[in-house]
Ligand binder design. Structure first.
Ligand SMILES: Cc1cc2nc3c(=O)[nH]c(=O)nc-3n(C[C@H](O)[C@H](O)[C@H](O)COP(=O)(O)OP(=O)(O)OC[C@H]3O[C@@H](n4cnc5c(N)ncnc54)[C@H](O)[C@@H]3O)c2cc1C
Length: 447
């Protein structure tokens, strides 16, 4: 089928969105290679996050004789792939459910897909000795008040029905691990992996197959869909007959591809404290490092790192222009400090050193526009908040799908529902913002 010629202007481009501690803690990267002049490739992958890095790697692995171009507006690790809390989650993680779980058959397929991503990533991290603090230690969930405890119980029930192992923890056990008596109940599930996200994606970018060329600091301002497709940057043009879209929430501006009005650009936010001093670490007690998700998906994610810093993540906003405003970052910093102070009153002098936002792409029904959405245009966008695993497996599988390689995992990915249509504006903005406000209010102290 001939590609229908159309223009996809990229008016919303990745922005600064605050200073991300994970990225700032890394050494300066080597000088970037931006796209310059007229470049031709067999494949172009737009976006070097989890999905794009996996798609480009897999295309490179499967077609060593072909030229694959991977292009990003910023440095690898600067975008959401380097801005998250670093949980590679194997279990269902439906942010719109009050207990993360949903229908059993789709949860089981999601677990298989997520574990496929972890297996693929583990192999790469080991093979190339990528230093990213890869820790196979699962994740804790923590609950504070009756609302959170009910969500935790529902999650535990969901896991039992799925036949997944977990351990329930009481307030004493939670204090022994975290050092704080803030949590009244908890749960440990063993399958998740924790990483330093910016280090992981930088390592992935540095170890791509030799037939993949990575162009960084190259914002794509326009895409001309045709035969071949042309990506226009400030310094050049990149042409390829096939394109993989792995540009996360920025794809929500592509109305001509039917993505606008079905996928939603959301933001969530992280902060990292300064390193605790030795005496502060002693005062806190607990284990040297751990990672905890909130029982209520609207609560706070907390990680204590072996380097003495504590990471807080909370707050969701609907940002249709795919950027965090200075005002949002200011409010979030205050919210993160409040969440920190509630959990760690024994550390009154510890402030946040970095605060940042990052884009999530979600759909109202948790579906994704996975597949060939236009002739020669393949989509691996919309990870519904689970980018480390869902992004990785979407990228790997879209490459296999495009090359006709069949597998059970690919069948599961294709069985995902397509995103349902959103209501028109202004109903959409009003609806999303009021739902978020209501859910945050319900989350109460879990935040
Ligand atoms: C604070 C925070 C905490 C989170 N915690 C977790 C977590 O613990 N676990 C989890 O699984 N997920 C988490 N997430 C979500 C996760 O980070 C995302 O779902 C994931 O990064 C999406 O992967 P992706 O490859 O689809 O997109 P991205 O990682 O966003 O990659 C898309 C890339 O496209 C590039 N791009 C976009 N437009 C253009 C253009 N016009 N030209 C060139 N390049 C372009 C961007 O620069 C970007 O690098 C979190 C997110 C945030 C912000």
């Amino acid at each position: 089928m001939e590609a229908i010629k159309m223009q996809l202007p990229c008016n919303f481009l990745p922005q600064e969105d605050g200073r991300c501690g994970w990225y700032e803690m890394l050494p300066e990267p080597p000088v970037a290679t931006p796209l310059r002049g007229e470049v031709k490739a067999d494949w172009v992958v737009l976006g070097a996050g989890f999905a794009g890095l996996a798609a480009a790697r897999r295309l490179g692995e499967l077609q060593p004789e072909k030229k694959i171009a991977l292009i990003d507006a910023r440095r690898v690790g600067f975008g959401a792939a380097g801005r998250n809390s670093g949980f590679m989650i194997d279990l269902p993680h439906d942010l719109s459910s009050h207990s993360y779980t949903g229908a059993q058959d789709s949860d089981l397929r999601q677990i298989r897909l997520n574990r496929g991503a972890i297996d693929y990533m583990r192999d790469i991290v080991k093979r190339y000795a990528i230093e990213c603090d890869w820790q196979e230690r699962g994740k804790f969930h923590g609950a504070v008040e009756p609302h959170g405890i009910r969500a935790l119980e529902a999650f535990a029930k969901g896991l039992s029905q799925l036949g997944e192992p977990y351990e329930e923890l009481d307030a004493h056990a939670m204090k022994r691990i975290t050092g704080t008596d803030f949590y009244r109940a908890g749960l440990h599930a063993p399958g998740a992996v924790q990483v330093q996200p910016a280090a992981l994606v930088r390592g992935l970018g540095a170890t791509l197959p030799s037939n993949v060329t990575l162009y960084e600091d190259s914002p794509v301002r326009n895409i001309i869909i045709g035969n071949p497709h042309t990506l226009v940057t400030d310094l050049g043009h990149l042409q390829a007959p096939k394109i993989v879209l792995a540009n996360n929430a920025y794809a929500a501006q592509f109305s001509q591809l039917g993505l606008k009005g079905r996928i939603l650009p959301m933001y969530t936010y992280g902060s990292l404290t300064r390193p605790l001093t030795a005496s502060e670490q002693q005062t806190l007690g607990g284990e040297e490092s751990w990672g905890l998700l909130p029982a209520d998906p609207m609560g706070s994610t907390v990680r204590r790192l072996a380097n003495g810093r504590i990471c807080i993540r909370n707050s969701f906003t609907y940002n249709p222009n795919v950027r965090a405003s200075a005002q949002q970052l200011k409010l979030v910093l205050a919210a993160h400090q409040r969440s920190f102070n509630k959990r760690f009153p024994m550390l009154p002098k510890v402030a946040m050193e970095y605060t940042w936002g990052g884009a999530l792409c979600v759909s109202r029904n948790g579906g994704a526009p996975f597949g060939e959405i236009n002739p020669g245009v393949f989509s691996a966008v919309c990870q519904n908040g689970l980018g480390l695993t869902r992004g990785t497996i979407s990228g790997k599988l879209i490459a296999e799908y495009a090359l006709g390689i069949k597998s059970d995992l690919l069948d599961y990915a294709l069985l995902q529902p397509k995103p349902t249509a959103n209501p028109p504006e202004p109903l959409l903005s009003i609806g999303v913002r009021s739902t978020l406000a209501w859910k945050e209010w319900q989350a109460g102290i879990e935040l």
